[in-house]
Design a protein around this ligand. Structure first.
Ligand code: SF4
Length: 327
């Protein structure tokens, strides 16, 4: 039995202009110890799908799915109390901006021990040794001296480490990291990614990494889900995807990397992800796709071999070599 099983998840928001489908028939299956990256530009519904799983979407969202289960429990039929017992304990989520995720009114010790007290009971004070141990685990030097620090007294990298300590406090089975390094300096980004992978391996937890950075995907994930305008357009192993992208959007994302640039200028994908009012007929990627044909402008494609495209790019001869991945 998979740890996480999501089948055909759809999320729609009620807006002044009608209903906006932010996530469209997304499926994801995850075992313990898996590292899966969800990639795509802003507006592709990556975070919304995971927030739906966490039950953190506003009341304007309507969530439907054929199946959404975690560790054998059906999340769709759970009441809020049952869900609260899982969220923050067995499933945790780290957000993009650590400075705004931490509560500015409470110190580090209070915020981490509060999570433990909420899920395991007892007095917050009794968790002080565990808080110190967690801070040590996430690489905070002299943790005893940081216990009484408030978020504004911490750097961005330090705040993200505190967030991670808080999110792994209950030893979750699944950790979702939503652009965990975007708001950080480049040197700190690598350290935080390394830390996440180290913790994932040490605890055997599954990790879902939401990112728009293909280099981050290449360095950390085993499997990649590519999302565009709320739809999953391709889902493969990292090696396969980097060596042989099958969806034109995946190919375009990869060719925008400096390593793939054939000339001095970087490749860019023209246009933007369509919103509610400019959704094209047929394939949602067709206005930006260099392979688009008449059929693409008339009919939405169906998934074939895991690729949502009328004309998937050809499959190369299978290779067992990792050396083709150039990142
Ligand atoms: Fe491009 Fe057509 Fe495939 Fe859409 S269906 S990605 S427009 S080739």
């Amino acid at each position: 039995m998979a740890l996480l099983e999501i089948t055909n998840l759809t999320v729609e928001f009620a807006t002044a202009h009608g209903s906006l489908r932010a996530v469209d028939q997304v499926s994801l299956s995850l075992d313990a110890g898996d590292i899966v990256a969800i990639v795509g530009e802003s507006g592709s519904g990556k975070s919304v799908a995971m927030l739906a799983l966490m039950g953190l979407l506003p009341w304007t969202a309507t969530i439907t799915a054929d199946r959404m289960s975690f560790d054998g429990k059906d999340l769709l039929t759970m009441n809020p109390k049952q869900r609260r017992a899982i969220i923050g304990k067995d499933i945790s989520m780290i957000f993009q901006e650590p400075m705004t995720s931490l509560n500015p009114c409470f110190n580090v010790e209070y915020q981490i021990s509060e999570v433990l007290a909420q899920h395991f009971g007892g007095k917050r004070r009794s968790y002080k040794p565990r808080v110190i141990e967690l801070l040590k685990k996430v690489g905070i030097p002299a943790p005893e001296t940081r216990l009484k620090a408030y978020p504004h007294q911490l750097s961005g990298g330090m705040s993200q480490r505190v967030m991670i300590a808080m999110m792994i406090a209950c030893e979750p089975k699944l950790l979702i990291a939503d652009e965990p390094t975007t708001a950080l300096d480049v040197t700190i980004q690598a350290q935080i990614l390394e830390l996440l992978v180290e913790l994932q391996k040490a605890n055997g937890m599954a990790l879902v990494l939401i990112t728009h950075d293909m280099a981050v995907v290449a360095e950390t994930a085993d499997r990649v889900v590519v999302q565009y305008a709320g739809q999953q357009v391709e889902q493969r192993s990292v090696i396969e995807l980097f060596n042989n992208p099958r969806h034109p959007y995946t190919e375009a994302l990869l060719s925008a990397l400096p390593e793939y640039a054939k000339e001095k200028t970087l490749n860019a994908i023209p246009g933007v992800v369509p919103g509610q009012l400019d959704r094209p007929v047929g394939c949602l990627f067709n206005p930006r796709c260099e392979y688009a044909q008449d059929l693409c402008r008339q009919q939405p494609p169906q998934k074939s071999e895991g690729v949502l495209c009328h004309y998937p790019l050809p499959l190369k001869v299978a290779s067992n070599s990792h050396s083709e991945v150039t990142l």
